[in-house]
Design a protein. Structure first.
Length: 83
């Protein structure tokens, strides 16, 4: 059951990050990938500053923060490549 929660949190986090950063989602598969990578990145970033999220809401917040940071980094890289 925890794997199912991991997938659902990844999809929701990717969708929310897509809405926050670009004004729209990217589709279920890309949202999942962005959310899962964002969850890992968010967990790492939170551990650097000494925070720990627990529960479903904490995991979702961590994943959304990480996904937003991931999309911001990807946006910076794509802008520098396109110039």
């Amino acid at each position: 059951m925890s794997f199912l929660w991991f997938i659902l949190i990844g999809i929701v986090a990717g969708f929310v990050a897509g809405k926050l950063m670009h004004g729209g989602g990217f589709g279920i598969v890309v949202n999942l990938v962005v959310g899962v990578i964002g969850g890992v990145l968010g967990g790492w970033l939170f551990s650097l500053i000494g925070l720990s999220a627990t529960g479903i809401i904490g995991s979702l917040i961590t994943a959304v923060v990480g996904a937003v940071v991931l999309l911001w980094i990807v946006g910076l890289i794509s802008r520098s490549v396109n110039k």
